[in-house]
Structures are given as structure tokens and as C-alpha cells.
Write a protein that binds this ligand. Structure first.
Ligand code: ZN
Length: 165
């Protein structure tokens, strides 16, 4: 078995040593779901003053409302207590910086394999994509309009979240 995870498992033993989340249910206690980017500069709970147990966090490159994210949001709304959905892309996102061709070229160079078949959810106009993504959630037949849906932009330099829609 690989030893690549040893440091993380050691850290987990420390984590479990003072574990306080036992017996938690899976409901989002603040009624919040956040769709955001996988970017490591983003702390989705911290940036909104939330704690473990408060929110459902869905992450992908770009913080896009993908089919998978929509599936999760439907479950979150109906089974997990979510009544507020935030879609939060961010400034300086690689998915809005590079074209799909550029990303394919970079992955090809890194892997030494042909990556021309790989698709990426690149974003041309972040604000236009956010508007579209918010509309996709709001218009979903299984997400009632009693659920608040907002589109926001996270600034990776200031930590500020600004509502756009
Ligand atoms: Zn990003």
C-alpha cells in the first residue's frame, strides 16, 4: 500500500482525538448550499461565517452549475434542509483565464498524452455564465421559488463576496 497519505492519516488521528461532530445529522443547519470552485484559495465555510454542519458545499472547476451540481441541489433542497443557494465563482479563476484549447495543451504537455478529447467547463464571460447558472437553478422544476438563489463573486485578494444576481 502506498505511503503517500501517511501524513494525512496521522493528522486524522489527531482530528479524531478531539472529534466533536459525532451524532451530527446530515442536514444543512444554516439551510445553505454553496456551489463554488475547487480553487484552494477559497474557504467556503469560513468566507460566509459558517461552520461544519451548516452547509452543503459543491465544488468543481469554475464553480459551475453542472448537471451533477443540480442533482445535488435538488437533494439538498428536499432532503437536507437547504433553502438558500449561493453560486460563487471567483476572481482570477483558471477556468475563466484559459481557453479549452489552452487547457488541453497544458494537460497534454503535463501528461505526455493526447488530451484533445478531454472537455473542460471553461468560462468565456464569468458574469454571463453566472447569470446563466443562477437562472438554471431558479428555473429547475424541482427547486421551488421559495428557495433563495443568488449569484456572487468571491475576490481572492480581499476575501469579499459580492452579490451579482
Ligand atoms: Zn477557480
Amino acid at each position: 500500500m502506498t505511503r503517500a497519505f501517511d501524513d494525512l492519516l496521522a493528522a486524522n488521528r489527531t482530528f479524531a482525538g478531539s472529534f466533536e461532530l459525532a451524532g451530527f445529522d446530515g442536514v444543512a443547519h444554516a439551510g445553505v448550499a454553496v456551489v463554488t470552485c475547487m480553487d484552494s484559495r477559497i474557504d467556503p465555510l469560513g468566507m460566509l461565517g459558517l461552520e461544519p454542519g451548516d452547509a452543503k458545499i459543491l465544488r468543481n472547476p469554475g464553480g459551475r452549475v453542472t448537471e451533477g451540481a443540480l442533482d445535488a441541489l435538488v437533494l439538498a433542497v428536499h432532503l437536507l434542509g437547504v433553502n438558500r443557494i449561493l453560486v460563487v465563482p471567483h476572481t482570477q479563476c483558471a477556468m475563466a483565464t484559459y481557453t479549452e484549447t489552452e487547457l488541453r495543451d497544458m494537460v497534454s504537455a503535463s501528461s505526455g498524452q493526447d488530451a484533445s478529447w478531454q472537455s473542460f467547463c471553461v468560462v468565456g464571460d464569468q458574469v454571463a455564465s453566472l447569470r446563466k447558472d443562477v437562472r438554471k437553478v431558479r428555473s429547475h422544476p424541482l427547486i421551488a421559488n421559495t428557495v433563495a438563489v443568488g449569484g456572487f463573486m468571491y475576490d481572492v485578494h480581499t476575501g469579499l463576496v459580492e452579490q451579482m444576481f
